[in-house]
Design a protein around this ligand. Structure first.
Ligand code: FES
Length: 123
């Protein structure tokens, strides 16, 4: 078991490792994201976590970035590496074409970019 000191962490990246995302390259995305973080020497700034299904399987492979609350769809190893480089520069806006939802004014909101699949209502 590992207990990381998270002091100074600027971003938490959740990489979906649920079955749908794993069929769409989740392991390769995970390795690419972690490799790019290590290559840039920014392990103390970006923390990654593998997750189980995040409930957005049609968006596989899903990656979620906090504190922005950005949910990214269709992630590939190349997009994962690009995401890390943009996070290092605080330019996540450049990934907007792949963002389905983001946290705005206290709630998740869809991003208007033609890639958002509405999904099933929880109510
Ligand atoms: S398996 Fe990734 S969102 Fe369902």
């Amino acid at each position: 078991m590992t207990t990381w000191n998270l002091t100074g962490t600027e971003h938490h990246v959740l990489i979906c490792n649920g079955s749908s995302c794993m069929r769409k390259g989740g392991e390769e995305v995970t390795q690419a994201v972690r490799d790019e973080i290590a290559s840039l020497g920014i392990d103390s700034k970006i923390h990654t976590t593998r997750t189980r299904c995040n409930g957005r399987c049609k968006d596989a492979c899903v990656v979620i970035v906090y504190p922005q609350g950005a949910w990214l769809n269709g992630m590939t190893p190349e997009r994962g590496r690009e995401m890390v480089r943009k996070l290092a520069e605080d330019e996540l806006k450049c990934l907007q074409p792949f963002t389905t939802y983001e946290f705005r004014r206290g709630a998740m909101a869809p991003v208007d970019n033609n890639v958002t699949f509405a999904g099933i209502s929880k109510t």
